[in-house]
Design a protein around this ligand. Structure first.
Ligand SMILES: NC(=O)c1ccc[n+]([C@@H]2O[C@H](COP(=O)([O-])OP(=O)(O)OC[C@H]3O[C@@H](n4cnc5c(N)ncnc54)[C@H](OP(=O)(O)O)[C@@H]3O)[C@@H](O)[C@H]2O)c1
Length: 259
């Protein structure tokens, strides 16, 4: 049985059920686009937002995982649009936004999640590796947000939630170009937040530490000392459900157990 701190085992199950029932329609009437929603953290975010009543659009480059995830979500009763799109390409991004909004309505939650990792000393990396990583982790955020923002401005509301990293707040050996991309995500997000808050649009970042996913370029870690993709999804939902007058601009997320 799942236990909730501060309650005994007998009262925990009804409390958990009551909480999830109370929240089940909390984000109905909203449409979320999650880039890289076919696997890893993006899939967990899509699943969690769908459970709260949100209509979901997911994209990625791999058609097979995209279809499998879309079908899994539909099996839970979720309304889902899925579309193959490379978020580093402006024409594919524009088609993604257009077709998502035709299928589901105006996007009110954008989660810029698609990203990649590449670690090792910067001086050992190629120009091609730099370009690919920056395009994936940074330019994509610019392209997708630029395509979604005009609709949000028209509707005078929206949440743009950028999946950054604690690597966007810190430096470490071998983090060179990944840290550079995430520090840039922090800078872009902060400036966009100031540009857009007067339109009722919130731009925030979630900065997780290590998360157990297939994230490229890292060795195995002790699973009990890293975050799960669901922990990140929970933080995203918390931002989307905040009070209408508040602006939760950044969430830093660490595993409870010290590595
Ligand atoms: N895992 C961690 O420890 C960790 C920690 C902090 C922050 N983050 C951040 O969390 C985000 C998700 O990471 P993850 O751990 O879930 O990684 P992941 O399991 O490798 O998933 C990456 C996702 O991004 C998509 N993607 C990559 N390039 C894309 C492109 N050009 N166009 C469209 N989609 C693309 C992938 O789909 P396709 O391959 O099908 O395109 C996949 O859905 C990233 O921004 C990452 O920097 C991860």
């Amino acid at each position: 049985m799942t236990s909730i701190r501060g309650t005994d085992e007998r009262s925990a199950a009804p409390a958990t059920r009551a909480l999830s029932n109370a929240l089940s329609g909390a984000l109905s009437n909203r449409v979320a686009l999650i880039t890289g929603g076919n696997r890893g953290i993006g899939k967990a975010i899509a699943t969690h937002l769908a459970s709260l009543g949100t209509s979901i659009s997911i994209c990625g480059r791999d058609q097979k995982t995209l279809e499998a995830t879309a079908n899994e979500l539909r099996a839970t009763g979720a309304v889902v649009h899925s579309q193959r799109a490379d978020v580093t390409k402006s024409t594919e991004v524009e088609a993604l936004i257009h077709q998502t909004e035709s299928a589901l309505g105006g996007i009110s939650i954008l989660v810029n999640n698609a990203g990649m990792g590449l670690f090792g000393p910067a001086h050992e990396k190629t120009e091609q590796e730099w370009d690919t990583l920056m395009n994936t982790n940074l330019k994509s955020l610019f392209l997708v947000s630029r395509a979604v923002v005009p609709g949000m401005i028209q509707r005078k509301s929206g949440d743009i939630i950028n999946i950054s990293s604690l690597a966007g707040k810190n430096t470490f050996a071998g983090g060179g170009i990944y840290c550079a991309s995430k520090w840039a995500v922090q800078g872009l997000s902060g400036c966009m937040a100031e540009d857009l808050r007067s339109y009722g649009i919130r731009v925030s970042t979630v900065c997780p530490g290590s998360v157990a996913t297939e994230f490229s370029g890292r060795g195995p870690k002790d699973a009990s000392k890293v975050l799960t993709a669901h922990d990140v999804a929970h933080a995203v939902a918390m931002i989307a459900m905040q009070g209408p007058q508040s602006f939760l601009s950044e969430v830093q997320l660490r595993p409870l157990a010290k590595p």
